[in-house]
Write a protein that binds this ligand. Structure first.
Ligand SMILES: [Zn+2]
Ligand SMILES: [Zn+2]
Length: 193
């Protein structure tokens, strides 16, 4: 392992420690910020500096859909994170229920409680809305298809009388279209479940 130049290490530490409260940065963002300050550093070096800072308890990380995000540790009151796995928005919160939970579990396991980290993953309200829209469009498409199939089948069944063979053929086709329509409806039901 090559030694990280003191200046490089200082630039990265200062950058991560200077982020505003509630801001969680990726290693790549730190690399870009360092480069704007005239310090060109490889991403792997940024990671190594961050790991060293983490070992010293100066920074902490959370996992998001963008990978690890970093923030200064211990500067503010301990907090937990709720992270959207779709857009990556990260919100901080403190909740007595969560810290109480950590303390209770620690004590039950015979530990002295020192702290806890709780990351909650989910879809934020705008991503949930976007996801719902995707589902609604899919359902609309399936229902339209089913409707067309049933219309088709209805047309086949209400055609004027003709020879026995032709009528038999129409019935077979109508049955086929009805079966396809039922498959579509089943597909819609599975989406809704
Ligand atoms: Zn945070
Ligand atoms: Zn989101």
């Amino acid at each position: 392992m090559t030694m990280i130049k003191r200046k490089t290490r200082d630039v990265i530490s200062e950058l991560v420690l200077a982020q505003a409260q509630g801001v969680h940065v990726s290693a790549q963002e730190l690399q870009e910020q360092a480069s704007k300050l005239g310090t060109n550093v490889s991403l792997s070096t940024v990671y190594r500096v961050l790991e060293q800072l983490k070992d010293r308890g100066l920074v902490s990380s959370i996992i998001s859909n963008k990978g690890h995000l970093w923030e200064a540790a211990g500067k503010e009151d301990p907090h937990d994170h709720i992270i959207c796995t779709r857009c990556g928005i990260t919100k901080e919160f403190t909740d007595a229920l969560v810290s109480g939970f950590g303390r209770t579990v620690a004590e039950r396991k015979g530990f002295i409680f020192q702290g806890s980290r709780f990351d909650i993953f989910g879809f934020c309200s705008s991503c949930k809305h976007a996801q719902d829209q995707v589902l609604i469009s899919a359902l609309e498409e399936i229902i339209t298809d089913a409707r067309l199939l049933i219309q088709d089948s209805d047309k086949l069944l209400s055609a004027p009388q003709e020879s026995y063979t032709a009528a038999d053929n129409r019935l077979r086709l109508a049955r086929e279209q009805t079966r396809k329509a039922l498959e579509k409806i089943d597909q819609a039901i599975r989406i809704l479940e």
